[in-house]
Design a protein around this ligand. Sequence first.
Ligand code: GLA
Length: 673
Amino acid sequence: MSTNPVRNGGRLCYGGDWNPEQWPPEVWREDVALMRRAGVNLVTVGVFAWSRLEPAPGRHTADWLDRVLDLLHDNGIRAALATPTAAPPPWFTLAHPDALPVTTDGVRLHHGSRDTYCAAAPAYRAAARDIAGFLADRYAHHPALALWHVHNEYGTTCHCPHADAAFRRWLTDRYGDLDALNAAWVTSFWSQHYSDWAQLATPRATQYLGNPGQLLDFRRFWSDTLLAAYAEQRDLLRAANPAVPVTTNYVLGDWVPVDHARWASEVDLVAIDHYPSAVDGGAEEQTALAADLARGWARHGAYRRGAGDDSWLLMESAPNQLHTAGRMHTKEPGRLARHSLAHVARGSRGVMFFQWRAPAGGAERFHSAVVPHAGPDSRVFREAAQLGDLLGRITEATAGRVAAAVALGWDAASAWALRHPGMPSRAPDHHAEVAAAHRALWRAGVACDLVPPGDPLDGYRLLVLPALYLAADATVDWVRRHVDAGGHLLVTWLSGVADEHARIRLGGYPGAFRDLLGIRVEEFHPLADGDRVALTDGGYGELWTETVHLAGSEPVVGYRGGVLDGRPAITRHRHGDALAWYLSTRPDDDTYQRLLAGAARDAGVGPVCPAAPPGVEAVRRHDGDSSWLFLLNHTDRPQRIPATGTELVTGERVDEAVTVPAGGVAVLRERPR
Ligand code: GLA
């Protein structure tokens, strides 16, 4: 395995997806000249170029890619060379109709877009290995090659006979015998008992609610299937030149059937794509969360491998428009740099955009680009060139690492299980609850790490578990050990309700953590969309409420009005010096911020930069006695923050305070205290 992810001459990576296959060579030359102007040093190439590399089965035409890689090398720009397996050519469809994906409704999809394949189909896997092998043979030692970028955003599913057969094999490995599977899926309900493996299939469209255990296992199985497809490409790329790191770009979203934590030890470098869906402050909050998640996966991967650091790479982001529901929102001046630095501050080895040049046609012709339809005489290109310059000035700051004393639990399987439509309401959503807790910490200025269950918790003073619905016995032990060691705990509604098979833990919710929290929840009272219930501290709860009985804990905040009037909403249980909090509702943002800041304070954890005013994001990186403070001013006024050291963007010495321009950034090498 490579231990050398993206050696880039000590520089931060800067660039994005470049698609020379869409343009004549004179545009390539202009592009490369513009890249040099913008300080670009890494570009992803070939990501959807299969039909240009193999126009007919087994006939390869890569002269153009030879020229592209040589041109990049001649200009000091390195390549993240992609395997094009996310976009099989039309000839593949016609030659292998059995390898086309089938939806849950049994509809077989056709080419005309991208991702038209079943990852379990032998013909697809063989064709993917062939084209990856061709690229490995031809380019594994090309001097421009910095990184292999396998496929693109693994995430599509399939329900064809190949997928069914693979699912049966996976289930046989997992359960060994049908009794164990029947027990795990509680098939005694609705006459679903399986008496022969041949009766099992991937979850299809059903008359009414499907089996929760089957749906959950399908997600796990499909994550493993996609991982196997990735790993076989990785292995042959690695065999061709072990010095070149291999990765794939993670796509984020609750629909994604990939357990990114589990994949983290299989990639040489965690790489994510991030496109916020919110426009206002939400975009900044989502950006911080995505970057913290990426760092959490990178740390998890390093822990599982027993080596490595927690850096990662922002492989795709939008240079300009944010795509919100139904429309594009053009980023305001300065936002490009702030979003980019939010990633770098949290451990990204650089900033990559999708995409370099806006295409003249094709499905994503209006997606934002560094070189837009208007050409390089444009605000977005100028801002991108400024960012290239800025990244060159702050490189030293990336020596440090983010230090957080709050751990926030993240679990793909809980997210999948909560998507089952038979839940008491549509509100439960692990992603949304993690995001809400993260937002509260972000607004309070408290740094946190995203941690998958089971990872070491040494050094974390507070563990926050939002809607961690599934808790295996090992997870219960993990939480208990943290509390026994004096760690504080904060658990929210719908955590620990079920075991790893999504079977309810009986005797009162949350079965896994009742004792630790000193409570017993008797009933759920989900709220209607838009409803809220008053809390005794002046705030309100949304989405969900519960009948909580105290069993050793003390009430901290109660419900006011409604059927739960006077009953506890938020409780606290003392374990020696440590506190275990329970939230039976989703507090409004202000209340949540206050609560989490208070819980952190009780645990001895304060904000990263107590002097930073609201709207200024602060991230600190440490390396021994050295530290660097990233300050991102999301407000429309200059902000003055007490600090001492050297501001790296301007190069100015700071003796008392640094002024961060409206909508701007500052990166301070702090004077050792
Ligand atoms: C993803 C894909 C890109 C492109 C962008 C659009 O990140 O990897 O190919 O489709 O989304 O936002």
